[in-house]
Design a protein around this ligand. Structure first.
Ligand code: FAD
Ligand code: MLT
Ligand code: ZN
Length: 513
């Protein structure tokens, strides 16, 4: 029988999933091309330039140690995680309180200084770094947990708390965070909220629009909007918190959040399975929903290029044959280990008997589970090792899920492309199409875009399922949003940030700024 408990997995210390994403050495960061050079069509808005007078004000609000101006220190804040964008900010501000954020924004608004909010800087669309010389406002020191209510499961904290630290904190109370993602060791909850991050368990726990109960945010003019409700039910007028969810720092800076945390599951199982066709991936998904029902907590997909990239770059043991075309990581989480294991076994038996799955491994012990998850979560980082990553994050009707990867492989076959692969959250209809080449190549880019967006639009998909628009995708949003919807977005922006100081050049198409 092929489905045996996994062997040869990593030791616990190797696979703690505590990954933190450090930037390159100072020399490497200096060599990255400036965004304003790579994208010469984007023109700097009519904002003030930083002067000593501005710095003196910032140093009157914050201690000098929290006003960073050293050129080498600034590089790490100016460059994004993918190393695709580099701003030229001359200052990073690190407030600790909402009042400090408010004083900074009020001043920047009065002085017409543009501001780029930054959390853990793990965003994948160039939203978290400046395009020109915007002031960077980092939430790194806003990391206080305010309360955890054991009875209601509501966590209240500051926006700069690192997701993984929150996970550790709520575990102490028998709770878990309702979202999880590969960047958890670095990303902030405020960044998660500002991008409306999806992640690996959205299938089970839903989007942050459901689990975020309240938000405190500061508007561009410094006004503090206290919508930090911890109530499940609150129909007192417009649901303003939703404006900040997914607005990527263009409408306000999130300073505090209240989140509903589900109970920590008592039993978790993971199956890592090999399949030989995408049709079988879909058949297995239908069967998993039928057989596993409420205990299904993840249904993650990777093709051979994605899997083997992670295995080779990080020298991980491969739980399935190395030539397997498609792999699935299926997780169950529930309250009764015997019941859950029985359900998983009968699902796997039926999937095997029906010929859906060829091979695989199962794990119920934490170190083995982590080792299997590490493979899936290492894919993103492994791609960077090829050089430049052209990253697409689309949602499409599930029957078309893998077609675009095959179309792109064919379209790019005579180019310098290293890899064209697909992975993602099948359970949410969310594909990550990734293409790599040794360095940024505009000819390759022109073969990919706008083709990928036109194809997605033709299938009534979304050109950004979970990563947001940031700088990278603001000018292609019309493939997913109507002209009237975009007009309303611009009107909301003008109402909340009339001088356009908050994260300019992001989210809204360039004509709308
Ligand atoms: P940043 O990158 O710092 O900022 C992201 C955006 O939010 C920027 O526009 C920034 O200006 C704005 N912002 C940040 N903080 C605030 C604030 N307090 N107030 C207002 N605006 C703010 N994303 C997913 O959706 N699902 C995944 O599964 C996933 N996996 C990932 C795995 C890896 C390895 C990596 C590197 C990234 C992954 N991401 C994923 C993308 C990224 O981690 C998420 O978008 C995350 O939510 C960003 O959080 P952050 O704190 O790093 O925000
Ligand atoms: C993931 O699902 O791994 C993340 O969204 C990051 C990525 O797209 O690479
Ligand atoms: Zn994802």
């Amino acid at each position: 029988m092929i489905l045996s408990p996994s062997k040869g997995c990593l030791t616990f210390s190797q696979c703690s999933r505590m990954a933190k994403y450090f930037h390159l050495s100072a020399k490497h960061l200096q060599n990255i091309e400036l965004t304003q050079v790579r994208y010469p069509k984007v023109k700097r808005g009519n904002y003030a330039s930083l002067t000593d007078k501005h710095l003196a004000f910032f140093e009157s609000v914050l201690p000098k140690s929290r006003v960073i101006t050293d050129a080498t220190d600034l590089d790490a804040y100016n460059v994004d995680w993918l190393r695709s964008f580099k701003g030229a900010s001359k200052v990073v501000l690190k407030p600790k309180t909402t009042d400090e954020v408010s004083a900074i924004l009020k001043y920047c608004n009065d002085q017409v200084l543009a501001v780029c909010p930054q959390g853990g800087n793990t965003g994948l669309v160039g939203g978290s770094v400046p395009v020109f010389d915007e002031v960077i406002l980092s939430t790194a020191l806003m990391n206080e947990v305010i309360s955890v209510d054991k009875t209601t499961g509501v966590l209240v904290c500051q926006a700069g708390c690192v997701l993984e630290n929150l996970e550790g904190k709520v575990h102490e109370h028998g709770l878990m965070m309702p979202l999880d993602l590969g960047a958890k060791g670095s990303c902030h909850i405020g960044g998660n909220i500002s991008t409306n991050a999806g992640g690996i368990r959205l299938l089970r726990y839903g989007s942050l629009h459901g689990s975020v109960l309240g938000i405190e945010a500061v508007k561009a003019d410094g006004a503090i909007i206290d919508c930090l409700s911890t109530l499940k039910k609150d129909n007192t007028g417009y649901h303003l918190k939703h404006l900040f969810l997914g607005s990527e720092g263009t409408l306000g800076i999130v300073t505090k959040v209240a989140i509903q945390c589900p109970p920590l599951p008592q039993a978790v199982n993971v199956a890592f399975l090999a399949l030989d066709s995408f049709e079988k991936v879909l058949s297995t998904f239908r069967l998993a929903k039928k057989c596993l029902g409420e205990i299904l907590s993840s249904f993650e997909f990777m093709d051979n290029g994605s899997l083997m990239g992670a295995i080779k770059v990080f020298n991980l043991p491969c739980p399935v044959p190395e030539n397997t075309p498609f792999s699935l990581l299926i997780e169950t989480s529930g309250g009764n280990s015997k019941h859950d294991e029985e359900k998983l076994s009968s699902f796997l038996e039926e999937a095997t008997n029906k010929g859906f799955i060829n091979d695989g491994t199962i794990a119920s012990e934490p170190s083995r589970i982590n080792a299997l998850w590490q493979i899936r979560e290492s894919i993103t980082e492994s791609l960077k090792h090829d050089g430049y990553v052209y990253k697409y994050d689309i949602s499409i009707p599930i029957q078309h899920f893998y077609e675009i990867v095959l179309l792109m492989q064919e379209r790019l076959k005579d180019t310098a492309v290293v890899k064209c692969c697909g992975y993602g959250h099948v359970g949410d209809g969310n594909l990550h199409l990734n293409i790599t080449s040794p360095k940024y190549d505009v000819d390759i880019l022109n073969l990919i875009e706008p083709f990928v967006y036109e194809w997605t639009s033709k299938h009534r998909g979304s050109i950004s399922a979970e990563h947001g628009l940031g700088f990278k995708k603001s000018d292609v949003v019309h493939y997913s949003k109507s002209a009237e919807a975009l007009k309303l977005m611009a009107e909301i922006k003008a109402l909340m940030d009339p001088k356009g100081i908050l994260n300019p050049y992001k989210v809204l198409p360039s004509g709308a700024h």
